[in-house]
Design a protein around this ligand. Structure first.
Ligand code: DAH
Length: 342
């Protein structure tokens, strides 16, 4: 930077004229804005030799003050026209702009994570492209289990002896969490999952799940029940009840499928709950000791529970959406229904 650069810039500024208040604003941005010419000189100033700093600092400050004064003078020329003038009417209401909406799946996912967050669970994530170990083997799936079949799972390298696949559930993130973290563990794992299914109102090849995992000394089935009850009451309302039916999953023992009392008919029976008064919302159970051991956790010292739910299903029950495909088509008329939920 040289003295003449500063002088010539000052000269240029002094000569400026403006036709309107808009011109003044443009001038301000051009010279004093973030990328303005004066501002650029200040940036250059950082790199000049220390013994020149004092002198140039003074010139630069003068330049800036004079530029600001000049702009102020230009602005004053228009001040008297502002009120009631055709140039600018600052009392006019602002332009309307349309707000976007959050996708219902994002809304429900966030609500689920918030509720478990308030219980002290943190969020864990894992990859969508997984290996056989994290999706099946470590979770105690027997070798001949149908989920290991191409009919049900998308394999990336079907002929390999070391299969890579799209995860079919977020239970894989349980395994990854246990592998890298010592108990106590309290996590919820949201994510996309993939299954080789024909698309219909009730099934899709891509959907979302939230997995939960709690491992510590002395964790019992009663803790599982309590966590789920508190969760559903916050999600569906304080009057909601739960019912647990015995079930089977390779990775939990005992295993259960959890129903909530139908939030539409209050349990009396309607066409949503098919007259039963109950709606299924998740699978759960005590983590099988084989799963703990496979992930490096001593099953004599620790116990834990796990649960897994489909986000689409929770959202369908919450808002009475009757076709899963709505979530994926992004029809604005559907998405706008959730505008007020934000
Ligand atoms: N992974 C199961 C599924 O995709 C859901 C599930 C059931 C997860 C029971 C769990 C569990 O953690 O304990 O259908």
């Amino acid at each position: 930077m040289e003295r003449k650069d500063i002088d010539s810039l000052l000269e240029k500024i002094e000569k400026l004229t403006a036709e309107s208040i808009r011109d003044v604003e443009e001038i301000r941005v051009k010279f004093l804005g973030k990328k303005g010419e004066v501002t650029r000189l200040f940036e250059e100033f950082r790199t000049i030799e220390p013994e020149l700093k004092k002198e140039f600092g003074k010139y630069l400050n003068e330049l800036k003050t004079k530029a600001a004064e000049k702009i102020e003078t230009l602005r004053e020329n228009f001040a008297e026209f502002v009120e009631g003038s055709s140039l600018e009417d600052f009392t006019k209401p602002g332009d309307n702009f349309e707000l976007g909406t959050r996708h219902p799946i994002s809304l429900v996912r966030e609500q689920i994570l918030d509720i478990f967050g308030s219980f002290g669970y943190s969020v864990a994530l894992g990859p969508e492209i997984e290996d056989d170990w994290h999706v099946f083997s470590a979770l105690n799936f027997p070798p001949e289990h149908p989920a290991r079949d191409m009919q049900d799972t998308f394999f990336i390298n079907p002929d390999s002896s070391d299969p890579i696949l799209l995860r079919t559930h977020t239970s894989s993130v349980q395994v990854r969490t246990m592998e890298r973290q010592k108990p106590p563990i309290r996590v919820v794992c949201p994510g996309r999952v993939f299954r080789n299914e024909a698309i219909s109102a009730r099934a899709h090849c891509i959907f979302h799940q939230v997995e939960g995992l709690y491992i510590d000394k002395g964790v019992s089935f009663a803790d599982l029940k309590q966590a789920i009850l508190l969760f559903v009451q916050q999600m569906f309302g304080a009057q909601t009840e739960i019912r647990m039916r015995p079930s089977y999953f390779p990775f939990t023992e005992p295993s259960t499928e959890v129903d909530i009392s139908c939030n539409i008919c209050g349990g009396k029976g309607c066409n949503i709950c098919k007259g039963t008064g109950w709606l299924e919302i998740m699978g759960a159970g005590m983590v099988d000791p084989n799963v703990l051991e496979a992930s490096g956790i001593d099953s004599r010292e620790y116990t834990g529970f796990a649960f897994g739910m489909g986000i689409e299903r929770i959202a369908m029950l919450k808002w009475l959406v009757n076709d899963l495909r709505h979530y994926f088509e992004n029809d604005v008329r559907f998405l706008k229904e959730f505008q007020s939920v934000i």
